[in-house]
Design a protein around this ligand. Structure first.
Ligand SMILES: *Cc1c(COP(=O)(O)O)cnc(C)c1O
Length: 374
């Protein structure tokens, strides 16, 4: 790789933000009416417009995705064991831990890295109550097959859809699958409200229960039906989110263009593999993961990561280490669940390259140039 280091660093992501002038107009309204949280007007409007945009029935906004995941598990009264993926961001499993639920890891599929339905089925025990898959990098899990398994074994199906904002399968939102889907609007995600998250559900009664749970369990001033938590999104986040919604299609189109430049530039480099779009799927391009086969490429993933860093380009090893390898979860692995060969290989080979809506063609070309020369 050439040695000249660029001056301005390129990070793995850079949040898209709405125009400041538009945001100040919304802030003025918040200052005027003095409702700053607790299901205020912007919160209500954002829930409504977001449900319409995403093509889902009900949505409950949250302060962040992790609290939404924790609350989703409470909503369906999940206990015992839950089968989940080791190849995700740590919050997926942490949410189980905070609910006193034992995570049981099953291996992933080699092509798009979702939970392998066959591996899920063989991990089911008498204690299993739910499946918690992740649409990793926004690529849909095998939703029909997972639903079939959930139905056969009478299990709940909750998707961590933190990466899957706006993803559709044949014009139908991916969030309409399973019992619940959880979104994250963290600064690093394709759609951000700085921090934020949501639960998508298909039933008004469930929506009511989620809304009680995220507000301490309050039904009215004096009636508290559950030991709920405080996980509400505030008015400033909701106003920001409403503005983001006006621009999200443009952001995703630009992300797609960046992904296409990467695919063109990386095409044919021996040992470098990327993921292609799936037929019939509307993608959202939240990350640009590549797999580096050290034998074919001649250098390891960590070599590329370090070399890019030397040039002031910061890629990320999402998701390494595997969650199942973290000290607090490793001890839970049984002989049956210890064997996760696909997840182990992918965690060793994967590297997420910088991707955001205003990453220029020149910058992508520069990044790919470093990967080409090695
Ligand atoms: C970001 C993320 C979360 C957590 O969301 P926060 O909004 O950051 O709390 C959960 N799961 C996955 C897969 C994520 O990438």
């Amino acid at each position: 790789m050439e040695s000249k280091k660029r001056k301005k660093p390129i990070y793995v992501t850079r949040p898209a933000m709405p125009p400041l002038e538009e945001f100040t107009e919304y802030l003025k309204k918040i200052w005027e009416n003095r409702t700053i949280t607790n299901n205020g007007p912007f919160h209500q409007q954002f829930e409504k417009e977001l449900a319409e945009y995403l093509g889902v029935k009900y949505i409950s906004l949250f302060a962040n995705g992790t609290l939404a995941l924790m609350t989703a598990l409470q909503t369906l009264r999940i206990t015992g064991e839950v089968i989940t993926t080791p190849f995700s961001f740590v919050a997926t499993t942490h949410a189980l831990w905070w609910n006193n639920i034992k995570p049981v890891f099953a291996d992933i599929e080699p092509d798009y890295f979702g939970l392998d339905p066959e591996k899920v089925e063989s991990a089911i025990t008498a204690q299993t109550t739910a499946i918690l898959p992740v649409h990793i990098y926004g690529y849909p899990c095998q939703v029909d097959r997972l639903q079939e398994i959930a139905d056969t074994h009478n299990l709940k199906l909750i998707y961590d859809a933190a990466h899957a904002f706006g993803v559709k399968i044949k014009e139908n939102s991916i969030l309409n699958y399973g019992d619940l889907s959880v979104l994250s609007f963290h600064a690093t995600k394709a759609f951000n409200t700085i921090e934020g998250g949501a639960i998508v559900c298909h039933d008004k009664k469930i929506k009511n229960r989620i809304d009680f749970l995220k507000n301490f369990g309050f039904v009215d001033e004096t009636i508290i039906i559950e030991p709920g938590i405080n996980a509400k999104m505030n008015e400033v986040q909701a106003a920001y989110g409403l503005l983001q919604l006006k621009y999200i299609d443009e952001y995703i189109t630009k992300r797609k263009a960046v992904a296409e430049i990467y695919r063109e530039k990386l095409y044919g480099i021996k040992g470098i593999h990327y993921l292609n779009d799936l037929d019939g799927v509307h993608h959202n391009y939240p990350y640009f993961p590549i797999l580096i086969d050290a034998r074919e490429y001649g250098k390891t993933r960590d070599y590329v990561y370090e070399e890019l860093k030397k040039h002031n380009i910061f890629s990320r090893r999402y998701f390494y280490p595997l969650i199942s390898q973290l000290p607090m979860y490793k001890k839970l692995l049984s002989a049956a669940t210890k064997n996760l060969p696909i997840a182990e290989r992918v965690a060793k080979e994967v590297l997420c390259l910088p991707l955001y809506h205003d990453l220029s063609k020149k910058e992508v070309t520069e990044i790919c140039g470093h990967i080409q020369k090695h």
